[in-house]
Design a protein around this ligand. Structure first.
Ligand SMILES: [Fe+2]
Length: 185
């Protein structure tokens, strides 16, 4: 069984459900680029790729199913249930859960493994592939006007850039960061 693809399919199906809090869009526009960055970082920096990729696909599942609030906690719970169904080893489930619990910037100080750091890093990097999504959040979910949306998009991307942990990530994102700053200043 290919556990990574099983989990990816599960998440895609959850995103396709009418009950998905943010519709189907997070799947192609957030999870797919995030997993691709995570894979590249794991190739460069190491870490257990299976843990990293399972955690990438599942990191926002709590948000899809229950909404953003405490989605690191609700997500870790859903991940545990799902991985148990696949008889995934208990100690590896714990590693995936740690990545999900500590992926948010508010949980930055709790990270102590390369896997957790790569998941959080790829999450931040994926924002640079989804400027449309940042604007959608500003207009649709936060009810901002154009000026406010532009300011908040710039600030958000600056903050993501400043919090990048690895030189490698900065190298991968630099041209997109600079292009975004040029367009949003
Ligand atoms: Fe995310």
């Amino acid at each position: 069984m290919d556990i990574i693809n099983e989990i990816k399919d599960f998440v895609e199906k959850e995103c396709r459900k009418p009950s998905s809090r943010y519709g189907y869009e997070p799947f192609p526009f957030h999870f797919v680029p995030m997993a691709s960055y995570a894979e590249k970082l794991a190739d460069e920096l190491g870490g257990d790729k299976e843990i990293i990729l399972i955690a990438c696909w599942l990191h926002d599942i709590g948000s899809i199913v229950h909404g953003r609030e405490d989605h690191h906690i609700t997500g870790a719970r859903i991940a545990e249930e799902k991985l148990k169904e696949f008889q995934y080893p208990e100690e590896r489930i714990e590693l995936v859960k740690k990545c999900i619990l500590n992926h948010r910037s508010s949980q930055e100080n709790g990270r102590d493994s390369i896997e957790e750091q790569i998941v959080a890093e790829a999450d931040a990097m994926s924002n640079f592939d989804n400027i449309a999504g940042i604007f959608k959040a500003a207009f649709v979910y936060e009810d901002k006007d154009q000026g406010e949306a532009k300011d908040s998009a710039r600030k958000k991307l600056e903050q993501k850039w400043n919090r990048l942990h690895f030189e490698k990530s900065k190298e991968m994102i630099k041209s997109k960061f600079e292009a975004a700053m040029l367009l949003l200043k």
